[in-house]
Ligand binder design. Structure first.
Ligand code: G3P
Ligand code: MG
Length: 251
């Protein structure tokens, strides 16, 4: 059976690494998250043409690299040639796309826990989950790993092929039938978008003891508000800001 990831969770998770200060989902952003005191990172997993698990948010390359086209249509050897740092700042020129095995080694080294978000890869969801499983076989992960996804097929594939790894459901707004949805995938937690924060509903779910996390929160006051409502963790592009402020418990 899966361990309970939320027993190990922190109030702040570095969203795509410290992505406010370094190019998202790169080694630079992950190192910086650790330097800034984060103990958890969230990164996005997708696959290359030949089915290797890689860390990248978008299905298209253009926003976060000097490449064009779709990540899933290029081979790893081609993806590795891309500059994934200059789009952010010339200080990060030549930052390379990470494979999941590289990410796992880096997080082992930096003692970081990981929330790996499985990106949809429409039609290749199962293959993506196989690629994640294969990376985990190559580099056993030493800390806590939590999988999450917005995608039905990806979560079903995780349940089938990575059954002992805790899972969370990602949603934008929390749906009225949230309980049914999380039960459908046997999820340990629910991650929702801050733009759709419904305080009453959040308090109700938190009172039931079901773990909620919220993305993306860069304002310390907003983080405090969410923590007060019972949200256990917030994803932030600026984890340093939120960690510095710290979570104040209410009297
Ligand atoms: O996993 C939480 C959050 O990262 C989901 O949205 O678009 O930032 O991957 P996105
Ligand atoms: Mg994500």
């Amino acid at each position: 059976p899966a361990i309970n990831a939320y027993q190990h969770i922190d109030p702040v998770i570095a969203h795509r690494g410290a992505s406010g200060h370094a190019p998202e989902n790169t080694a630079a952003a992950i190192r910086l998250a650790a330097e800034h005191g984060a103990r958890w990172i969230e990164v996005d997993a997708t696959i290359s043409a030949e089915g290797v698990a890689v860390i990248f948010h978008d299905s298209e390359l253009k926003r976060c690299s000097d490449g064009i086209g779709h990540v899933a249509q290029l081979k790893l050897s081609e993806l590795k040639k891309l500059d994934c740092g200059s789009w952010f700042s010339s200080d990060f020129k030549n930052e390379r796309l990470l494979t999941l095995t590289e990410l796992l080694s880096l997080a082992n080294q930096l003692e970081l826990n990981i929330n790996l978000e499985v990106k949809p890869n429409i039609g290749r969801e199962t293959e993506t989950v196989w690629a994640i499983r294969s990376a985990l076989q190559q580099v056993p992960f030493e800390h806590t790993l939590l999988l999450s996804s917005f995608n039905h097929h990806a979560l079903k594939a995780c349940q089938l092929h990575l059954e002992d790894i805790p899972r969370a459901l990602n949603v934008d707004a929390i749906p009225y039938n949230w309980q049914e949805r999380v039960e459908e995938y046997n999820c340990q937690g629910l991650h929702f978008c801050a733009d759709f924060f419904d305080e009453k509903l959040v308090r109700q779910i938190a009172e039931q003891g079901f773990p909620l996390a919220c993305f993306t929160v860069n304002d310390p006051e907003q983080a405090q508000h969410l923590w007060n409502a019972g949200v256990v963790s917030v994803f932030s592009d600026y984890p340093y800001r939120l960690i510095q402020q710290g979570r104040k418990t209410q009297q």
